[in-house]
Design a protein around this ligand. Structure first.
Ligand SMILES: NC(=O)c1ccc[n+]([C@@H]2O[C@H](COP(=O)([O-])OP(=O)(O)OC[C@H]3O[C@@H](n4cnc5c(N)ncnc54)[C@H](O)[C@@H]3O)[C@@H](O)[C@H]2O)c1
Length: 366
């Protein structure tokens, strides 16, 4: 049922990305009232709202104090390792949650988040804004149309030549994983959502950190604790092999194209930004797309015209969340899909630590 009046929203974790959530909520002021926020660092939430020109916003150091205000919706903008506890606490307080990506760090936490949302009948949406790019939809439509026949092999691609963050992103207890969690979750979401999110069954992975720990490439080399590169072979339900690669930094322009191999056709998505200083970054922007198929016995390579790129994906993500909360609709990005995404990230972390293939245990019903 549609909710009347403005939705009361709050922000948990008031650092960098919280600013983007705040700005989007401001643009939605007809529907939304920003009530306040919380951050475990004393004074940080207050300073955030003062900087944003909103001294009337309430600021707390305990999330419980913010949630006691009876919020309709919360953005969880903390580092990865506290996504689960903050989302679960918010859902239990009857708030709908827009949680930053990746969903969390472990599959156990992802399942707990999913089950809490289900029990409380609240939205738990993980913020993959590339989903709101028209060309991402184009890829989903092409793959979903069946034109490729039976898909048996998929390769994710892209990666950054130079694009290593610092701060909490390189600390294991805060981020959980490096390039894998930060941008790997996006490239997984791109191909998995196009495939309709088949269940992951096994994962065999390796990770490396040849650059993050090297003073030539990292100012914070003595603090670097995560992967800057990771590669994996994932078996998916339906006999599909998924070949995953992701990198924050490498002596290469790209880890490759994104490719779908099918019995009737193939689809290739070139990385965007090849040759730029960023070097083929995969951040949701999509390069030229080609369809490979036989026509009258001839092998054809057909460029698929691109749709106009959206520069407002982040806003569209927040807007779709707010509209779903207002209308009592399901999460615009089904939560179970983010659980499967996390299952792969978790499998890659476990497999690379164990040095062997691991099984993915997913005993939950969508
Ligand atoms: N969607 C995107 O485009 C995008 C871009 C950047 C970052 N992110 C994601 O957003 C998240 C945050 O990124 P950031 O750069 O703002 O991180 P950050 O590490 O700078 O900030 C996290 C903030 O959360 C606070 N915090 C941690 N645990 C908390 C808790 N239990 N309760 C309240 N506050 C808590 C910290 O004190 C800190 O101020 C990460 O998960 C990251 O992957 C997404």
């Amino acid at each position: 049922m549609a909710k009347k009046g403005k939705l009361k929203v709050g922000i948990i974790g008031t650092s960098g990305i919280a600013g983007a959530h705040f700005d989007c909520y401001k643009r939605l002021e007809d529907t939304v009232e920003i009530v306040g926020g919380s951050d475990i660092i004393p004074g940080k939430a207050r300073a955030f709202f003062d900087r944003k020109g909103m001294p009337e916003a309430k600021a707390f150091e305990k999330n419980a104090d913010l949630l006691s205000l009876g919020l309709d919706a919360v953005s969880v903008c903390t580092y990865n390792s506290t996504h689960a506890e903050c989302s679960i606490e918010s859902l239990k307080a009857n708030a709908n949650v827009l949680c930053e990506k990746p969903m969390c760090v472990t599959l156990t936490d992802a399942i707990a988040m999913y089950e809490t949302a289900k029990k409380k009948r609240k939205i738990l949406m993980v913020g993959f804004q590339p989903r709101f790019d028209p060309n991402m939809n184009l890829i989903r439509e092409v793959v979903g149309s069946g034109v490729l026949g039976d898909i048996y092999y998929v390769q994710t691609g892209g990666g950054r030549r130079r694009g290593m963050p610092g701060g909490n992103f390189i600390l294991k207890d805060k981020a959980g994983a490096g390039a894998l969690a930060d941008i790997g979750c996006y490239s997984l979401d791109m191909v998995m959502s196009a495939l309709g999110y088949p269940k992951p069954l096994t994962v065999s992975a390796c990770t490396a950190n040849k650059f993050g720990t090297n003073p030539l490439y990292s100012k914070e080399h003595d603090k670097f604790e995560v992967d800057d590169f990771s590669v994996a072979l994932i078996r998916l339900e339906g006999g599909i092999a998924l070949d995953f690669r992701m990198s924050w930094i490498m002596h290469m322009d790209t880890t490759g194209d994104t490719m779908f191999f099918g019995s009737k056709g193939g689809l290739k998505i070139r990385p965007a930004g090849l040759g730029s200083g960023w070097g083929g970054a995969w951040d949701g922007t999509i390069g030229p797309i080609y369809l490979y198929s036989d026509v009258a016995g001839q092998m054809c390579e057909t460029p698929i015209p691109m749709r106009e790129e959206s520069h407002d994906r982040f806003f569209l993500k927040v807007k779709s969340f707010i509209e779903a909360v207002r209308d009592g609709a399901p999460s615009p990005i089904p939560t179970i899909e983010s659980v499967y995404n996390q299952a792969i990230v978790d499998g890659i972390i476990r497999s690379s630590a164990a040095g062997k293939e691991v099984a993915v245990e997913l005993d939950i019903k969508p």
